[in-house]
Write a protein that binds this ligand. Sequence first.
Ligand code: GLU
Length: 374
Amino acid sequence: MSGLNFSNYRRLVVKVGSSLLVDDFGELNRTWLDKLANDVADLSNDGHEVLIVSSGAIAIGGLVLGINKQRAKLPDLQAAAAAGQVQLVHAYQEALDRHGITVAQILLTPDDTEDRRRFLNARRTLGKLIALSVVPVINENDTVATEEIRYGDNDRLAARVAQLVMADALILLSDVDGLYTTDPRSNSDAKHILEVAVINDDILSMAGESRSEVGTGGMATKVQAAGIATHAGCITIIASGVIDSPLRALKDGGRCTIFNASDTPAAARKQWIAGVLDVSGELSLDDGAIGALRDGSSLLPVGVIAVAGDFSRGDVVTLKALSGKVVGRGLAEYSSDEASRLSGVQSDQIENVLGYRGRSVMVHRDELVLFNND
Ligand code: GLU
């Protein structure tokens, strides 16, 4: 079988499950991690941008603090996560440092990806780290996450991260090499599925409830994650991580299941913005600003003539010409209050007006959609 063509995927999110990295006793598998680091270094040398979502904090911390996972209560798990996360990210730093790669730790809670304002903040930070060629190592902020407010499993977290950074591909490394018609561990007739065009009820029922011992995710959560990511234009791959150099293996033709996305991440994002029902305000723009937007630039405060409505940072606003014609929509980088104060202001004067540094754009070019109405 020919291998996965990575050249189509510039930005990759790789999810590493606990069971790959940590054994039943909570001991970290450094040899495996070193091989993964080789793969990541090869990919970044080839011009890919790699983000890692890694589980393992609770499993490692359980060993460090002598907590028995079976009998642990929520505060025990949170304490284990706090102690284990340090060791986890340190292990990544050590492994990638050998290749001259810097690692940055990011801990997220669902609010960071679900709330639009925080979504924009997290996106900018991750964007900056990627631009600096840093490899973000991301986990759920387990020390503050409780049952009601958690992603639940890192498959879902990884899908949200993929959506956040508009990744081209999400690779879920697992203890199975993809989706089967039934659970291959209990059914020898199970057939491997190579490609999934649409996630329908058949696919969901194939995923069933299969679970692995160490992590919290099973095939069902992986397929749900694939649903989130593919909807955001990000192709999703479930592949085996129970081998050395799992990403290289994929390149060399290793078995996996590919969930196709019908759009590119940018097109899916624009479609989402175009489809949002809840539009909270309006920005009226001068003709120069509209011309700049049509040339692919972001909207600067200086191009805004008037602000209407009551909106927060991250809300969708309508973009209008002075004639009143609607030219597009975008996510406001400022609240209506701040936007009013900033309209007509040069970007280098933003700090003088607001009293803090702020952002140079009113609507970022990745967060706007223009209507073809000229
Ligand atoms: N965030 C958890 C940890 O690092 C793992 C969650 C999961 O495996 O899905 O231990």
